[in-house]
Write a protein that binds this ligand. Structure first.
Ligand SMILES: Cc1cc2nc3c(=O)[nH]c(=O)nc-3n(C[C@H](O)[C@H](O)[C@H](O)COP(=O)(O)OP(=O)(O)OC[C@H]3O[C@@H](n4cnc5c(N)ncnc54)[C@H](O)[C@@H]3O)c2cc1C
Length: 357
């Protein structure tokens, strides 16, 4: 005998909200702050995946001594909570259309976030601060219905996996000279990457230091014309067309790139820039039917509208601007403006504008 179908969940058990923001980096927090200030019910869901990285932000206006990226998030939690946003530590697994709303399923996570509860002062401190700002305590999966969704899910893949990597990120391991080139003045730097972006990064670094080496980071060598390898040589940059066997490091300090060549050549370095193709966290975007570009980034207008009315995207997950905190903050704010307008009743919209965008 077939077991009976489970009874459908009563609608009242599903929370209804004006907006769900997915991702609690600079873009998502900016969106949550601004939705809160427009008196919308907003839930911000973040899996705290990148919280172990201790990188400093040096170029964000108003902080002349720099500010740890993690501190920006903590301040952002406080600001978002102050304006009524609800914080939830979780992973949004699915997002689908449900009439004129969006149904999101959220797996709640333990205190350590997406990578589990590895002990450590940062995790404990974040958990404590999050509780202070009213973060919803861990529990079972939940479903919510939202009238608007803002995707601010960022990107993955800046760095290769190797032991000690997370301690090096932002201290001696970088990816962007716009962000961190200044920290490379007169340092011994290795660039790992095989394409034009990597070659360009190596050449750009000469503004900061003359001691630059580039390693392709794959057995196939470089994927650039011979003329570009000649440009490197003419600029005093040695190019190694092989993979990296080991990223030697200790206590957050890169020490050497060990090449995957017959002699396992060891190149001492103080810093490493890895230049790799990142990918956007676009699974939810696909489920929602959003238009993506060839890199999987969400295609948005300058007002952060996607091709699906009611869904907005902001920050690194989109392709609109350079991937910087300042851009993420702006885009999050803009996405909130768009979502707020979508929630207006027809009478509140500009004359002749009847379509909810
Ligand atoms: C080492 C390093 C140094 C940098 N230095 C600088 C600098 O000096 N200046 C500068 O301006 N910029 C710098 N940047 C870039 C800057 O950090 C990014 O541009 C900015 O963080 C983008 O913000 P975001 O909110 O779009 O994405 P993120 O900050 O990446 O946040 C996205 C969040 O979404 C969460 N998430 C993703 N999918 C889900 C899901 N399904 N459910 C729940 N949560 C989810 C992730 O866990 C993450 O917390 C640096 C970046 C790195 C890595």
């Amino acid at each position: 005998m077939n077991s009976p179908e489970p009874a459908p969940k009563p609608e009242s058990a599903t929370r209804k909200l004006d907006c769900v923001v997915v991702g609690g980096g600079a873009a998502g927090l900016s969106a949550a702050v601004n939705m809160g200030r427009m008196r919308r019910s907003v839930l911000l869901v973040d899996e705290r995946d990148r919280f172990r990285w201790q990188h400093m932000i040096h170029n964000y206006l108003g902080f002349p001594d720099g500010l740890p990226a993690a501190e920006i998030r903590r301040l952002g939690w406080r600001q978002a909570a102050r304006f009524g946003a609800e914080l939830l530590l979780g992973h949004v697994t699915t997002a689908t259309r449900h009439g004129d709303r969006f149904r999101l399923r959220i797996e709640r996570l333990p205190e350590g976030g997406a990578r589990g509860g590895a002990p450590g002062p940062t995790v404990a401190r974040d958990a404590e601060i999050a509780r202070m700002f009213g973060e919803v305590p861990p529990g079972g999966p939940i479903e919510v219905l939202a009238r608007t969704v803002i995707l601010a899910t960022g990107v993955f893949g800046h760095f290769p996996e190797f032991p000690g990597r997370d301690d090096c990120v932002g201290r001696s391991l970088f990816w962007c000279i716009h962000c961190d080139g200044y920290e490379s003045i007169d340092r011994v730097v290795g660039v790992v990457g095989h394409d034009e972006d990597a070659v360009q990064t190596a050449l750009d670094l000469l503004v900061f230091t003359s001691r630059v080496t580039i390693v392709a980071g794959r057995p196939e060598g470089f994927e650039v014309p011979a003329s570009r390898l000649a440009d490197l040589a003419a600029s005093g940059i040695t190019a190694h067309p092989c993979a990296v066997a080991e990223y030697e490091n200790r206590d957050g300090q890169m020490r050497a790139l060990v090449l995957d060549d017959p002699g396992r050549t060891r190149i001492p370095v103080e810093q490493v820039y890895t230049v790799r193709r990142t990918w956007a966290a676009s699974e939810l975007a696909r489920q929602l039917g959003l238009e993506l570009n060839a890199l999987g980034q969400i295609v948005v207008t300058s007002e952060q509208h996607t091709n699906v009315p009611g869904v907005y995207a902001a920050g690194d997950a989109t392709s609109l601007h350079d991937h910087q905190v300042s851009a993420a903050v702006h885009e999050g704010n803009q996405a909130a403006c768009g979502a707020n307008y979508h929630l207006y009743r027809p009478a509140q919209r500009a004359p002749g504008d009847t379509a909810a965008r």
